[in-house]
Design a protein around this ligand. Structure first.
Ligand code: NAD
Length: 307
């Protein structure tokens, strides 16, 4: 019998095939409950998840001693207790490279949807109206884009925005090599300068204790009232209460949000605002990104633990 892989979230079937062909026995349980997970992980060598399943210390301990690898098809590891995994010698693998283009393209879409009121126009037209005059928008060409977190996705957004004629300001906690800045003619500067001078601010930091509520009322107060905030990083990076206040009082012109503090954001007041465009955490929801995440993860698993 081959080594067992438990797939606890939906992943691309091509990667399941890759694992089977490499000799793994794959149990595909994309809807598994937390209680069932603790039982089913026993005897498995690999646990594969996306963002839904919480890989707690208890889940990891339930998989011992056979569990060797936790694979996350995607970027964020906030649903995996990486410290518990390290403590028990369980390797954690993820595929941060896979969704970069998909998230970057969605961010550009959100920027355009907010600046040209695309989603609002669609809503109003379906109600039989023709809101041509109310739909006055702003061009992005010639405007300044502030990229907070100049990693993979931040840089990919900057490159497209630069090609659209935007000026790029970047802020990061690490020194960004000059050649990466040159790709989008970006200027690395202070957080304050990015917040004060950008027409669109896009967030691409990971969720850490330092970045929780990174955008709060003090930072929002520094933005131009005409600015648009885009968040396709993690919902908790923004204090939604403060964001609602800024958007509903004219302190901030608009927001494009793919992620929320609570998902789904049922009952969120943000969804009542016409200057908000919301998407249900679809940054990585493209056939290309999912296929790449599955394929890259399967390759890393096969490399790490030969069945
Ligand atoms: P990355 O690691 O390549 O880049 C993150 C950058 O943020 C790094 O350069 C890092 O130095 C910087 N950073 C960290 N802490 C910071 C801080 N306090 N202030 C300023 N900069 C800081 O990651 P990436 O691949 O670009 O992904 C960015 C984030 O996007 C991920 O962490 C994930 O949460 C999110 N994401 C969302 C979706 C989605 O579906 N919407 C999909 C994929 C990733």
């Amino acid at each position: 019998m081959g080594l067992r892989v438990l797939v606890a979230d939906p992943i691309d079937q091509a990667s399941v095939k890759m694992l089977k062909e490499a000799g793994f026995e794959v149990e595909y349980r994309p809807d598994i409950s937390a209680a069932e997970l603790e039982k089913t992980v026993k005897g498995c060598s690999v646990l594969v998840v996306r963002g839904r399943t919480k890989v707690t210390a208890k889940v990891i301990e339930s998989g011992l001693p056979s569990l060797k690898v936790v694979g996350r098809a995607g970027v964020g590891l906030d649903n995996v207790d990486v410290e518990a995994a390290a403590r028990h010698g369980v390797k954690v693998l993820n595929t941060p490279e896979a969704p970069t283009n998909s998230v970057a393209e969605l961010v550009i879409g959100l920027m355009l949807a907010v600046s040209r009121k695309i989603a609002w126009c669609d809503r109003v037209m379906r109600a039989g109206k023709w809101p041509k005059h109310e739909a006055m928008g702003v061009e992005l060409a010639g405007k300044t884009l502030g990229v907070i977190g100049y990693g993979r996705i931040g840089r990919a957004v900057a490159k497209i925005a630069h090609a659209m004629g935007m000026r790029i300001l970047a802020y990061d906690v690490i020194q960004i090599p000059a050649e990466l800045l040159e790709e989008a003619d970006a200027k690395l500067t202070s957080l304050e300068e990015v917040l004060k001078n950008s027409d669109v601010i896009t967030l691409h930091v990971p969720l850490t204790p330092e970045t929780r509520h990174f955008i709060n009322s003090e930072k929002l107060a520094l933005l131009k009232p005409s600015a648009i905030l885009v968040n396709a990083s993690r919902g908790e990076v923004v204090d939604e209460e403060a964001l609602y206040k800024a958007l509903s009082t004219g302190r901030l012109a608009g927001a494009g949000l793919d992620v929320f503090e609570r998902e789904p954001p049922t009952g969120s007041k943000l969804l009542e605002l016409d200057n908000v465009v919301a998407t249900p955490h679809i940054g990585a929801q493209t056939y290309e990104a999912q296929e790449a995440a599955g394929r890259m993860l399967a390759a890393k698993i096969i490399e790490a633990i030969k069945p």
